[in-house]
Design a binder for this molecule. Structure first.
Ligand code: UDP
Length: 238
């Protein structure tokens, strides 16, 4: 399957049409941004590592019965996906308090939450992704009450699968962001699951191996992403 014209270029990925209207190609670029696009950079191989990590995690989720938009890789940093209409809700799952959770609320940094916390934000950078509640999401016409309940359940299931998988690879999963989309009448997981969208901490050292390295100038981002790739997709280093 070949790329045709560009559909959309975001902060870290460019989406292309293909000859089949039901399929798109996501190109994971080396660019990255933080703080609503205020901080920008380019990191060699970042796109490749994120694409490969996402591929592996989508395959894992599909094996466990989660429906995703993932089809196959068409190049090292290009993923063939089903065309979905993205629901403008960022679904954030939290296991450990950090980031905005400790900035906004009186949680101590690093507190392990008794139960996962799910937060839904309105995906709109110009409004700084304000937090939604169910009624606002429904009033805005973003999703139905039934869809939101399904998304919540699926997000919790994904969390359990990812937490266990990453734990075996020496990684903690403090929080991560998911996006869902409609494929016909069903809601499926879309977007990516990578070092850009998850917080990943080394279980032994507590070091960040994710975009926080870039956000807070914590060191070598390429080395951090490579380390995560080494643990999740060792086969790409053979
Ligand atoms: N996240 C993301 N995109 C966003 C907002 C958050 O991928 O637009 C991810 C982020 O990488 C982290 C989690 O969601 O893993 C929770 O982020 P938080 O709300 O703590 O935001 P931050 O601390 O970055 O302001």
């Amino acid at each position: 399957m070949k790329k045709t014209d560009e559909l959309y270029s975001g902060k870290a990925k460019t989406i292309y049409h293909t000859e089949d209207p039901n399929l798109l190609i996501m190109d994971f670029r080396d660019s990255l941004t933080a703080f609503d696009g205020e901080k920008k950079s380019e990191v060699p191989k970042k796109g490749y590592y994120n694409a490969q990590i996402s591929k592996k995690l989508f395959e894992l989720l599909e094996e466990k019965g989660i429906k995703t938009h993932y089809r196959e890789m068409v190049a090292g940093n290009e993923m063939l996906v089903d065309t979905v209409s993205i629901i403008l809700v960022e679904v954030i799952v939290r296991n450990i308090a950090t980031g905005s959770m400790t900035r906004k609320y009186p949680f101590e940094e690093g507190t392990v939450l008794d139960e996962p916390v799910i937060v839904m934000d309105y995906k709109d950078d110009s409004r700084h992704d304000p937090m939604l509640n169910e009624d606002i999401a429904i009033a805005l016409g973003l999703a139905t009450r039934e869809e939101l309940a399904g998304i919540r359940q699926t997000a919790l299931k994904i969390n359990e699968i990812l937490k266990a998988y990453l734990d075996e690879r020496g990684l903690l999963l403090p929080d991560f962001k998911l996006e869902f989309g409609r494929r016909g009448t069903e809601v499926v997981l879309g977007d990516e699951i990578s070092c850009d969208t998850c917080r990943l901490w080394d279980k032994e050292t507590g070091d960040s191996l994710d975009k926080d390295v870039f956000r807070f100038d914590k060191g070598d981002l390429a080395a951090a992403y490579r380390e995560v790739a080494r643990r999740i997709v060792p086969e790409i280093f053979d």
